[in-house]
Design a protein around this ligand. Structure first.
Ligand code: NAD
Length: 366
């Protein structure tokens, strides 16, 4: 199969869909890999490293899209890229279609066979292609939150871990899945006072077993959220209903009860955000303030640590990407239920129920 590795053009997105060694695995399996010139530069990978593994460097991006049967990316295509796709072309990337009607309509119109990393689900309910980015976003959320709690950055001037004789910063984590548990790990490591909330009793039990009594766990009810918000210095939004829009757990009216200069990091912004006052931001302008509360809502947080992210991403995406390349999309989904759940669009129709429901559209099962 002809595989095209396109350069990311989203603002401050430095990741790339394949490391040179990951691209080399496609070549070793008998495929041709076209790499857009300088595609790996932001993650620290030179064109020469791809060339050394048998990939071909392409300067003309239109030609790369025209010639490729499968495009491998990191982020969803931007409006200026919609026109580059052709009917039947396979797209293998993060898509987050539930939060993006325009992109959904564009991929359907172009009849792209679109696989979304974030909906590839294994039989145990795990999301293997989302996990490494969620791990990174979870860990980064505390690093960034701690920074924006600093006075010059707009925060209340609080050191998250405190020092002997001062109170520790209070961290409230909404959603204790992959991102949330990684946020717990870093926040506890920094010495903060950490509470995590989830609607899954099993998840809360697992978290307690993982981190011990230093971590407070609470069921995610409206009453508990309201009470904890008033105490929190840093709130992390890390909930997920796979494929669907995130539930709005923090309402605009809740902000009045929060401490001025407290910080909220909405990791779930790529699924529409779990705070009512969130809107997506970029690494160039990551924050805004509503009602005295600093909001950090960067939709591609792992892009800031592009080297770690690109390696972590290729480690997990290659297995499924190679299945698609080796067998073709239809045979691959027939043999892998995980890949089947990753398929979002086929032949102009939606194939993911949650995405279809988010847009009030119909869907088909393959
Ligand atoms: N902004 C970014 O750069 C970035 C990067 C990676 C992941 N993400 C996003 O982070 C979010 C979390 O991803 P994940 O991999 O940790 O998901 P996950 O499925 O591992 O965890 C989500 C958790 O949310 C819990 N949950 C669901 N509804 C809840 C509610 N009402 N209250 C409390 N908890 C609730 C679930 O029980 C689950 O434990 C997703 O939206 C994902 O797309 C964003």
């Amino acid at each position: 199969m002809m595989i095209g590795l396109a350069k990311e053009i989203k603002n401050e997105e430095y990741r790339v869909g394949l490391t040179p060694s990951g691209a080399g695995e496609y070549v070793a399996a008998g495929h041709r890999v076209l790499v857009e010139k300088a595609a790996g530069e932001g993650a620290g990978f030179a064109d020469a490293e791809y060339r050394a593994r048998g990939c071909e460097i392409v300067t003309d991006r239109k030609k790369l899209f025209d010639d490729s049967e499968m495009i491998v990316k990191v982020k969803e295509p931007l409006p200026c890229e919609y026109g580059l796709f052709h009917e039947g072309q396979i797209l293998y990337t993060y898509l987050h279609l539930a939060a993006d009607l325009e992109q959904t309509e564009a991929l359907l119109k172009k009849k792209v066979t679109a696989f979304a990393y974030e909906t590839v689900m294994e039989a145990d309910g795990s999301l293997p292609l989302l996990a490494p980015m969620s791990q990174i976003a979870g860990r980064l959320s505390i690093q960034e939150g701690a920074k924006y709690l600093e006075k010059p950055c707009g925060g209340r001037g609080l050191l998250l871990g405190g020092v002997p004789g001062t109170a520790k910063g209070k961290v409230l984590i909404l959603g204790g899945g992959v991102a949330g548990s990684n946020a717990c790990r870093i926040a506890l490591g920094m010495g903060a006072d950490v509470t995590v909330m989830d609607i899954s009793a099993k998840r809360l039990a697992d978290l307690e077993a993982m981190f011990g009594s230093g971590l407070k766990t609470l069921y995610s009810s409206r009453e508990n959220i309201e009470r904890e918000l008033a105490q929190a210095d840093l709130v992390i939004g890390s909930v997920l209903l796979p494929g669907a829009l995130a539930p709005k757990l923090v309402r605009k009216s809740d902000l009045a009860a929060m401490k001025p200069g407290s910080v909220m990091v909405d990791i779930a912004i790529d699924q529409g955000g779990c705070f009512e006052t969130s809107h997506a931001t970029t690494h160039t302008e990551p924050i805004f303030t509503v009602g005295g509360v600093v909001h950090y809502c960067v939709a591609n947080m792992p892009g800031a640590v592009s080297l770690s992210s690109t390696i972590a991403l290729t480690n997990v995406t290659n297995r499924y990407g190679l299945m698609i390349a080796n067998k073709g999309a239809m045979k691959a989904i027939a043999e892998s239920a995980a890949l089947k759940s990753g398929l979002n669009c086929f032949d102009g129709k939606l194939t993911n129920k949650a995405v279809a429901e988010a847009h009030g559209m119909g869907y088909i099962t393959i």
